[in-house]
Design a binder for this molecule. Structure first.
Ligand SMILES: Cc1c2[nH]c(c1CCC(=O)O)Cc1[nH]c(c(CCC(=O)O)c1C)Cc1[nH]c(c(CCC(=O)O)c1C)Cc1[nH]c(c(C)c1CCC(=O)O)C2
Length: 339
């Protein structure tokens, strides 16, 4: 079906746009009272994410309520390790935990040998519903975690400031680390391809923990796996967002990705120089949205001016924080659309 608003896809492919497209990482979530209502009905995050009708409903909410130029499928990066045989739990107001973790070759061998996509049919069903209900209004974004970020959770078992247990495996048992990273990469490629078959118009890789690695470690343990995924996905444009990896911007730009996501630590002019021929996405500090409306407008316009209108997708530099006033979010989106 032909999209009525394909600004985001044209920008991603480096084609001319008449205005800058805008969406927000974590737009489908707790900032909206409408989301919290459906979340309450579901009873738990996992129930919401695994019930296709409900997941579809909260995916479309930001399109209707906020006027963003794309929907992102409501799910989580942790569904991939789960499909590989390592289930997660979401602890209310704390975050995800994995009761079992990967500590040894034996644990790796215990992971499921089947096709992980068979366990992700609920996401594909949600994509089908969203696609039908969007009816071509805006593009649909699919996503997955970067192999390194998923590795962090599978080894550490929960969030961490340092992920020192995961890094310990990289330093002391690099072969085991690489074997696990390759398993995750294979699952991720199959999953992203399935999302595209079920209507994702563009996909994004979230390397949320990239910033804890040294440039050398990033080059060994994250970048090659991201590059493999970018090489494998030629059915739709692909965005790589590596939070905190300012040191790897240039090399990420040299993979077969179409868009490089930036966080607010990354200078815009410098990023344009380091990544000359790709579309950039980002990078407003989500905390700007705590400021008065006039300041939200001022910071947003300064960012848009620095990026310029072409080869650019406006976004925050990371996910929107749950306690952000939806009116400030609307102000950010309206400022981009009026620019
Ligand atoms: C690291 C990571 C995770 N999940 C994700 C990342 C990468 C992006 C990033 O760096 O922020 C990605 C993610 N998680 C979620 C989405 C939905 C789509 C969207 O609107 O962007 C996306 C794209 C829903 C979610 N994932 C989660 C929620 C909140 C749970 C709830 O509603 O009860 C939502 C809406 C839970 C989650 N999931 C994860 C954590 C650490 C947490 C707890 C902390 C938090 O709440 O942000 C893992």
């Amino acid at each position: 079906m032909k999209l009525q608003n394909d600004l985001l896809l044209r920008a991603a492919k480096g084609q001319q746009v008449e205005r800058i497209p805008v969406w927000m990482m974590r737009q489908a979530g707790r900032i909206l009272p409408e989301y919290r209502k459906v979340r309450e009905q579901a009873g738990s995050f996992i129930k919401l994410a695994t019930t296709p009708e409900m997941a579809a409903e909260v995916t479309i909410q930001p399109v209707d309520i906020l006027g963003v130029d794309a929907a992102i499928i409501f799910s989580d990066i942790l569904v991939v390790p789960e499909a590989m045989g390592l289930p997660y739990e979401m602890i209310e107001s704390k975050g995800p935990i994995f009761p079992e973790t990967i500590k040894s070759k034996a644990d790796l061998d215990k992971l499921s040998k089947g096709n992980p996509v068979d366990h992700l049919v609920y996401v594909l069903d949600a994509l089908d519903i969203v696609k039908k209900e969007l009816n071509g209004r805006v593009p649909l974004i699919g996503f997955a975690g970067a192999p390194f970020t998923i590795f962090c959770y599978m080894v550490e078992g929960h969030g961490s400031k340092t992920f020192s247990r995961a890094k310990k495996m990289m330093y002391s048992e690099p072969e085991l680390a690489h074997a696990l990273l390759q398993r995750i990469t294979d699952a991720t490629m199959a999953y992203l391809k399935a999302q595209i078959v079920h209507g994702a118009d563009i996909v994004q890789i979230f390397d949320s923990w990239a910033g804890i690695l040294s440039p050398e470690q990033y080059r060994e343990f994250s970048l090659p796996y991201i590059a493999q995924i970018c090489d494998a996905i030629d059915e739709a444009p692909i965005t790589v967002f590596a939070k905190g990896a300012f040191f790897a911007r240039e090399e990420i730009g040299k993979t077969a990705c179409n868009v490089v996501g930036l966080d607010w630590n990354m200078d815009i002019a410098e990023s344009r120089k380091l990544i000359p021929n790709k579309t950039l996405q980002g990078n407003l500090d989500p905390c700007v949205l705590y400021a008065p409306t006039s300041e939200v407008e001022r910071h947003t316009k300064a960012m848009l001016t620095a990026f310029g209108k072409q080869n650019y997708i406006a976004n925050l530099g990371h996910g929107v924080y749950p306690d952000t006033d939806p009116d400030k979010v609307k102000c950010f989106i309206e400022t981009v659309k009026a620019f």
